[in-house]
Design a protein around this ligand. Structure first.
Ligand code: PLP
Length: 237
């Protein structure tokens, strides 16, 4: 077995254990491979090892790997911060954008997808998640929790956006319990606002990364985003 296949199996087992411990069904949890800095060949290898969903952070890097057909056989998500001037390169090329956190960004996606729809009638709406600043960190992306209901109501007015759920990147935690408190706060926010989410599929709660995905699953994540634990440390050049 390749080391990637081994890691995929190990992480899936950890997810299943955490789900069982919480009385949840592991089937309802998606393992997304966070592939930033990994080359096209590595992305293909992780898909061959059984990964069905991959997430990219940087538009330029994603565009290069798209040109190399790196994502064939998987669903592609955009998980990084998205600038409004790059929406054209992302909207309708990915199945889900995880990081909508301003009205300006939402309006730009609406505009770009609306135009595409007029042109070719292929993609009527872009699926998105709303990113929440669950740790209330200063100068970090994400909607502040008290502002979430009003924000979701504003987004419901956009015909070409489908808000499928919520996403967060909590502050670095010193202990597993600290991480769990953020995830529990997110789950409670998610449950209180489910009626404001698009009902075209099961609502998505995207939280948990290499260091804390088991805690996130225990608290109700339906999608975990894992990079390092799958591929090893990232080398930035
Ligand atoms: C890089 C990244 C991840 C994965 O991080 P690891 O700690 O390597 O698992 C998850 N989510 C987002 C938004 C990321 O940028």
């Amino acid at each position: 077995m390749s080391h990637l296949a081994h890691n995929v199996e190990m992480i899936r087992q950890n997810i299943a254990d955490a789900a069982n411990a919480a009385g949840r069904n592991a089937q309802e949890i998606t393992l997304l491979a966070a592939t930033k800095t990994r080359d096209a060949q590595t992305v293909r290898a992780v898909i061959a090892a059984g990964i069905t969903t991959v997430g990219e952070n940087r538009v330029q890097e994603m565009t290069e790997k798209l040109a190399q057909n790196a994502y064939l056989g998987a669903s592609l998500h955009f998980i990084g911060q998205l600038q409004t001037n790059k929406v054209k390169q992302v909207a309708s090329r990915v199945e889900l954008i995880h990081s909508v956190d301003t009205l300006r960004l939402a309006a730009e996606i609406e505009k770009v997808v609306g135009r595409l729809w007029e042109q070719d009638k292929t993609t009527a709406a872009q699926d998105v998640l709303v990113e929440v600043n669950i740790g209330g960190e200063y100068s970090k992306g994400g909607v502040e929790p008290p502002e979430l209901p009003a924000f979701l109501e504003q987004l419901a007015g956009f015909a070409h956006l489908r808000v499928r759920g919520l996403m967060c990147i909590p502050p670095p935690a010193r202990t597993p319990d600290e991480a769990r408190r953020y995830f529990a706060a997110m789950k409670s926010l998610f449950d209180r606002n489910t009626r404001l989410l698009d009902a075209s599929g099961a609502p998505i709660l995207s939280m948990g990364m290499s260091d804390d995905y088991e805690q996130a699953v225990r608290e109700g994540a339906t999608l975990v985003r894992v990079g390092t634990a799958l591929f090893g440390p990232r080398i930035y050049t």
